[in-house]
Design a protein around this ligand. Sequence first.
Ligand SMILES: [Cu+2]
Length: 489
Amino acid sequence: MGTTRRQFVAGAAAFSGGVAASFAGTAYVARARDALTPEIVAEPIASGVKHLALDLAERPTALPCFNGATLPLWTFEEGTTFPIVRMKLGERLETTLVNNLPRQGEYVSIHWHGLRIPNDQDGVPFLTQQPIEPGAKGSYSFTPPDTGSFFFHTHCNSAEHFGRGLVAALIVEGDEISPPDAELVLLMKDWRISPDGKFLPFITDDGAARAGTSGTVRSVNGVTKPVFKVPASADVRIRFYNVDPVRISEIGFETAEAAIIAVDGNGQPPIMLESWRLGPAMRVDLLLRTPPAGETVRLMDYFSKVPAVLAEFVSEGAPRRTGKFVPQPLKVSKFAPLDEASAEHIQMDFSATATGEAVVQMSDATGTTIGSLCLSTNTFWAINKEAWPSKDHQNLGAPLAVLKSGNSYVFELKNLTPHAHPIHIHGHMFEVLGSNLRRLPRFRADTVLLLPKERITVGLVAGDPGKWMFHCHIIEHQETGMMGYIVVT
Ligand SMILES: [Cu+2]
């Protein structure tokens, strides 16, 4: 034998489909796709209609992580804090929505994060639809073209909406070649709660002008360090979501073997997991080989100075699998191939505004004035020197770029700030091509974490015509200027 596969991959300078990489100090190995497991494209597995009725309202809720307090959450339905909506590839999603939020002027619209759906269903107030006012109803109808772990949220006053829990998973099934032994959906979200059990302000100038205003209580599925029972010696699929508006995490298991099988819903040649960074809105699907019965595995967040336990998994029952862990890849979605040779290059600079710089200089920042009308009065951030919204809803300003549907583009995302920014594009998936700071595997994503001072190139083939938002998903950054739109004609 001599050389193990892992050593071979790690030692190869360039290896088709995979690279040995260092992820900002944390080594991981990206495996090349096994020649025996070619990519299989996911095809529709069902037809018909999936109905979803959303009733956005304030619902006093005592989550386990609230330590006995009951907080006025805003949720999509009675009885469930984070709905997990499942549908099958090929089904049409028909959503009805009623806005019963308790505040006058609290407009809503639903954005279906990561889904390549027609622009008029994308759920951006004023840009793709009129917002739905309190007491009013709305509807959405589309057939998701891709399988994967997606989610939905509102797109106006989002820092407060995320802060009050208004977020839900949308899972499009049909990507499994063979089913795992079990599946878990984990939604990581912090809460901003005072010691006496009240919500703290969801936005602060001080936070918005820096890395964001952090939560005070951590949770996964509303529980601090939840413990999950899993089958022993089994392959368990974990759909991990970072739905916090602020937190950047770097997840990994302390002991067990696991592989990344999808990023932002996109099936990937499995990458053995050492750790993986997720900014707000980013998702990763993992396949975990659980230990023998009676043993526990801990999912950690290594990003914080002191690694934090996110969740524990306790194995039980008869072993499901023997032999070494060979992660089964997922089926993949169809994408028009990126033509890098002909691609037009477009620069996107992410920077602070003069106001943002000034706030950072202030030591005693006061409360803020982010309105619920989807406009902010403070602009701390800009893309290509334009802060959103520059004027008002009737005058959106120029698009950041005008693309032609079907043509290939390479964006150079340049972070001129000392903070990380998870950059999200609506209605498309980027192909991450490279970074000036680190070696990355090539993968598809709808949200790319741009580290301080980093330059990342991403490719995309322009999709459906329309106005597509392009913004940082640290919600306070988005709401204080780091947002714009791209026109596809
Ligand atoms: Cu940002």
